[in-house]
Design a protein around this ligand. Structure first.
Ligand code: SF4
Length: 627
């Protein structure tokens, strides 16, 4: 193995910044990276073993221990739970003869839970050694595991034919379906591949391109909504030996899968957007950070980049423009939600653990390897191409004044037609619910767990008598008015994830608890607020749900949620949102559980608590009665 590892290291010119690739390749060959490998890597790359250990231990898909021949990673997100995950999990355990978190005695199967894998429209879903299995049932699990036991390959136990569109491409061959339900200006077959690069770009100076993007009022589609043209203008102004364009394809927000579909059906549009961004900003290096869960697309995406090189749309003097040199490399992640944050993503691109940086400096000043770096989302880059083709005015005719253009929504949960919908900004929640066939809606999680849980007073999905009934148990808050909320930066901003919950769902016990678990697991652990408060808040919620809560507990949750906002990055700042927004819009559910009128915890039994603590630490306490 030593020789193979040396070959892998040489493949990346022993570059410390390529540590992610080196580790991914070692996993490909051996399945894990052990202490001896880490020692060898440290010596050759001239970094400490601690630094390599930091990276190996940070990512879900790395391991420092031998793994099974087949490693199952079953999504444990809320949409999987809503779609029958429990039965699927049991079927895996029964068929493989091992519990989750362990490897079977024969070394054949390892079972693991994992956070959202971007298949919420076809859950329960799992990755088995990078191959995606969707719409799992107990029956299908039994069949596929028995097939593997018989010696079949993973691609021979796929129980459905390949999915639609390019999912069936020879370089993809995946059973994933796109589920494109509604297209508009991005998801549109009138797209002429690379037409803008070949015909339009030469007509404009880089400054013109920036001006057009500014005039269109395009804002970043990852969620933060920073004006794209302004980001490009700053990027062009900062001095640097090199400039970098990064395409953030690390969508990890539970409920989000739009980038998966864009990269499957319109990767050329996204890459074309990167080249336009490079032209505008003067960048010479392009990096796509692709989430590990979408590794099944890697070969196909690289094929398209190769075609672009052949057509001189990447490389030197692109399309005959003198000294316009730019190329794109795809970097796989290894499973860490926080890497969706741009500075954490850059750390990961440099081969480190994905820990967000302090800002300033912002990436646009000092990013990848300290070069000025512009990080854009998949959808943002694709939008830029359409704007260059049709003009800023055309683009602004879609959407609203402050939110121009369209938004891709990933819709999942309780509706008849989960999938991707491209809607104009300004579309109301009621319209969205009609489009996707959702009835008896109790709540919608807009923007994933870091977003907002909205209730019936935010959309016109219930009759007023139903709404009165809905609010009655609280005895406190009766909405007199519906607010037919609209998707826009000024009303309901969103990165695109929408999960719908019908009236049968247990919002606090199932949904909010699941989201809190997600944040607890995904915190990088650097800030004490983000490391501790989500866990403590979850415990407090458990206490309330177990009937031991008092009103003060609700106030504590609100106060701790505010404290979380001082955390360093968006993950920590929003980690309390599942609880905060459910208190805001579903306070009656909390009120139902807390003891009526109690301001203090009169069910607290100190004797029992001391006994439990003693048992835990192996100590005995004598209770003395005073006379
Ligand atoms: Fe890490 Fe959380 Fe702090 Fe972000 S807020 S840097 S994820 S600990």
């Amino acid at each position: 193995m030593k020789e193979k590892i040396n070959q892998i290291i040489n493949r990346y010119s022993a570059d410390r910044n390529r540590l992610m690739d080196i580790l991914l390749d070692i996993h490909e060959v051996q399945g894990y990276v052990d202490k001896d490998d880490i020692k060898l890597l440290a010596e050759t790359l001239e970094i400490s073993m601690a630094e390599i250990n930091e990276t190996v231990s940070f990512y879900h898909f790395f391991s420092d221990k031998p793994r099974a021949k087949y490693n199952v990673f079953l999504n444990k997100g809320i949409t999987a739970q809503m779609s029958g995950r429990k039965a699927v999990k049991e079927a895996f355990e029964n068929s493989c003869g091992v519990a989750f978190g362990q490897v079977s005695d024969d070394g054949m199967f390892g079972l693991n839970d994992t956070s959202c894998i971007g298949m919420n429209d076809q859950d329960p879903a799992a990755l088995i050694n990078d191959v995606v299995f969707t719409n799992l049932t107990a029956y299908r699990v039994e069949k596929l595991i028995s097939g593997l036991r018989e010696g079949k390959e993973l691609n021979q136990v796929i129980y459905e034919s390949y999915g639609d569109g390019h999912n069936a491409d020879p370089d993809v061959q995946s059973m994933v379906y796109n589920h494109i339900r509604k297209g508009s200006i991005l998801l549109n077959n009138d797209y002429q591949r690379f037409e803008v690069l070949q015909k339009e770009l030469k007509k404009h100076s880089p400054q013109d391109v920036i001006q057009i993007i500014e005039d269109s009022n395009l804002r970043g589609r990852g969620g933060a909504g920073f004006p794209t043209g302004m980001k490009w203008r700053f990027g062009r102004l900062v001095e640097g030996e090199h400039r970098v364009i990064i395409c953030n394809a690390d969508e990890g927000e539970p409920g989000t899968f739009k980038d998966r579909v864009m990269l499957t059906e319109f990767p050329d549009l996204v890459f074309e957007g990167m080249v336009i961004a490079a032209y505008a900003t003067g960048a010479d290096l392009g990096l796509v950070y692709l989430r590990y869960e979408y590794k099944y697309l890697l070969k196909y995406l690289n094929k398209i980049l190769a075609e672009m090189r052949e057509q001189n749309l990447l490389g030197k003097n692109i399309n005959g423009v003198k000294e316009f040199n730019f190329d794109i490399r795809i970097q796989l992640g290894a499973g860490a939600y926080v890497c969706g944050e741009e500075s954490a993503l850059i750390e990961s691109l440099e081969g480190k653990r994905g820990e967000p940086r302090d800002k300033p400096p912002f990436p646009v000043e000092k990013g990848y390897k300290e070069y000025p770096t512009i990080v854009n989302n998949v959808e943002t880059l694709a939008s830029a191409v359409r704007i260059l083709k049709n003009g800023a005015e055309w683009y602004s005719s879609f959407g609203t004044k402050d939110s121009t253009g369209t938004k891709l929504l990933s819709i999942s949960g309780d509706c008849k037609f989960p999938g991707i919908y491209e809607v104009e900004w300004g579309t109301s929640i009621t319209e969205v619910l009609e489009m996707c066939g959702a009835d008896e809606v109790q709540a919608i999680q807009v923007g994933g767990p870091s977003g907002m849980l909205i209730g019936p007073h935010d959309f016109d999905n219930l009759t007023s008598s139903e709404l009165m009934k809905w609010h009655k148990p609280s005895g406190m808050m009766v909405a007199e008015k519906f607010f037919d909320r609209k998707l826009s930066y000024s009303d309901l901003p969103t990165g695109g994830s929408m999960i719908i919950f019908n009236n049968e769902r247990e919002l606090l016990r199932d949904v909010v608890m699941n989201f809190m678990d997600f944040f607890i697991e995904e915190s990088c652990g650097s800030c004490s607020t983000c490391r501790n408060l989500p866990f403590i808040m979850k415990k407090k919620l458990e206490k309330i749900l177990n009937g031991h809560g008092v009103r003060q507990d609700i106030d504590d949750l609100l106060s701790w949620g505010k404290t979380l906002k001082v955390s360093r990055c968006g993950l920590g700042q929003t980690a309390g949102n599942p609880i905060l927004t459910s208190i805001l819009n579903f306070r009656h559910l909390y009120e139902q559980h807390v003891q009526a009128m109690a301001d203090y915890d009169n069910l607290f039994d100190i004797t029992k608590s001391v006994e439990a603590a003693n048992k835990f630490v192996g100590r005995k306490t004598e209770f003395h009665q005073s006379n």
